[in-house]
Structures are given as C-alpha cells and as structure tokens.
Design a binder for this molecule. Sequence first.
Ligand code: KG4
Ligand code: ZN
Length: 334
Amino acid sequence: MITLGIETSCDETAAAVLRDASVLSNIVSSQVKLHEKYGGVVPELASREHLKNIMPVVREALSHASVSLKDIELIAVTYAPGLIGALLVGVSIAKALAYARDIPFIGVHHGEGHILAARLAYPDIGYPYVALLVSGGHTALYHVMEFGSYRILGQTRDDAAGEAYDKVAKLLDLPYPGGPVIDRLAAEGNPEAIKFPRGQREGLDFSFSGLKTAARNHIALFRSRDAGLDPKLNIRDVAASFQAAVVDSLVDKTIQAAVETGSKKIVVAGGVAANSSLRQQMKKKADENSITLYLPGMDLCIDNAAMIALTGYLHYQRGDRSSLDLNPRASASL
Ligand code: KG4
Ligand code: ZN
C-alpha cells in the first residue's frame, strides 16, 4: 500500500511517501528562517508559508519516491493538535487530494505520530515501551502498550522543554531556535557553575517554569537598560547549568517511568532529542538500568510526515477511516 503523509501543524511543511511501513521519501521544508527575527513562530505567517510550500513539498515527496499521485492509495494528515490555521492548510490539501482521487483519508494525532516514529527506524522494536516526547510544543511520557493504547504517565505542568530552551536563549540575546545554540555553548561551559532548580521532584510530571525564572533572575543581575548584557556574564556557564537541569529532569523521570512500568525499552522523540547531552545521559542511565534506548535519527525526531503516514497506515490496517467532514483542532488528547 502506498501512503502519502502530510504534516503542517507548526512551522514545518512536510510530506512523505511510504510503501507499507517503509519510507520511500520524507521531505521537510522548515520555516525557521522566516520566524527567526520574531524569536518564535508567528501563526499567521506560518499558515501563509504552508500554503505557498505545501504543493511543491508534496510534489518533491512523490518525485523522490518515484511515484505519481495516481499511485497513492491512502492519504494521512495531521489534524490535531497545533496552530489551527497551519493545520487547516494540510487538512484541506489532504481532503482535496483524497476526494479528487477517490481514495481513503485518515486524520492523525500529531503526538501519536511522534510516539510511533521510532518504528520506522526500528521495525522490530515491538511493544510495550516508554516514550519520551520532548519538543518545543510537548514534554510528556507515555506508556505505549500496543498500537492505539497510550497511557500518559507524566507531562509538563507549564512550559515544554524546547520552549524553555528558546526562552532562555532569548534572555541571553541568542538566536531562535535556542536549543541548538545553547547545546553548543553548553559544551564549553561548567554545568555546576550555577545551581538551577530541577523542577517537579515527585511523580512523573515535569516543570520548567521555576528553572526559567531562576535563569531569568540570574541573567537580570548582568543586564542593564542602557548597556544591555554585561560581558562579565559567562553565557557558557549559564547554558551548561541550564542544560544540566533540563537533562537531569528529563532523564530521571524517563528512567523512573521505565522502572515503574517494568519497561525494558525507551524511545525518545521530538526536536529536543537532538540534544547532545540528553542523548549521552539517557544512554548512560539506560545502560545502567539494562534498558534498551531507541533514538531514531533526527529526520524522524523532528516534525515530519513519515511518522504521520505510518500512523495513518496502521490505523487504516485496523479498519479506521476519517470522513471528509473532519476538521482540524488546535488541541485534542490522544
Ligand atoms: O520537534 P520540533 O522540531 O518542533 C516542535 O516543537 O514540535 O522541536 C523544536 C524544538 C525547539 O524548541 C528547539 O529549540 C529544540 O526543539 N531543539 C533543541 C535542540 N535542537 C532543537 N533543544 C535542545 N538541544 C538541541 N540540540
Ligand atoms: Zn511535534
């Protein structure tokens, strides 16, 4: 079965083609450059950019996969959660293509896509596993019992981890998105220079707002209205200490979740999975606890349409179909 997947929930316009559960193409057009100067995603600009890019991206996905629109047998699209105007672009295109070709159409929950993405890289992973989804929009732990059965074990009570990275980067006058920049600077700083709080101690929920406030207060000591940031502020130490606090909390809770559920497998997904320290620490702690860590390549961790196509295909196999009346939703639980 040939599936076309479409993803436009935030600032990536993406399309992918799968033959059954194998990726034939996975194209992502990022809008980072467009939103950079605003220090975050501007919803209206994101929608317009999706509209401009969606058909070229779909055509590129078809051409990389060496198929034509006539070969597509199923269309899967992210319908929730996300920016409503952005989602609307993908959902409208997907409906139009499905209607014109008279083929089935399936709306996919973006979070379910992330949770299942690792299956493209590791088809034999099996079930159950614990999935940590950590990006600019999400920070949550799921117990994935089998396809379609996801128990939320913990989630952030305030900011997503990636959002905290982006905000702290902004406080340090660093460019958007902040994650990769802080990651790079942190490698040259002392993670113990500043004692930042670790957030939620009990249970499996996360919290990053206390950490963000502590970072803001620390940076404020070195900022004056006239002179801006004092060069005496060691931004490498701030980056390293902030990153250590985020990574400690993500790793500790994920390992705790695996131990509590008796899971021997952990999957990490989302843009923050690119973080070098998170990858190292998670691997170290997983090894110490005899847990296998599945870290798919970045192309499957960031927002992409291959994960949406796979999720749609698995739903289709189970007999699920969406009606063409399906509307996008800004929020929806899994
Ligand atoms: O999954 P993603 O591309 O989009 C969604 O938010 O859904 O994730 C983007 C987030 C941004 O907040 C970005 O700062 C963060 O992932 N990020 C990182 C790194 N690379 C990207 N955070 C920490 N370290 C990184 N190396
Ligand atoms: Zn995402």
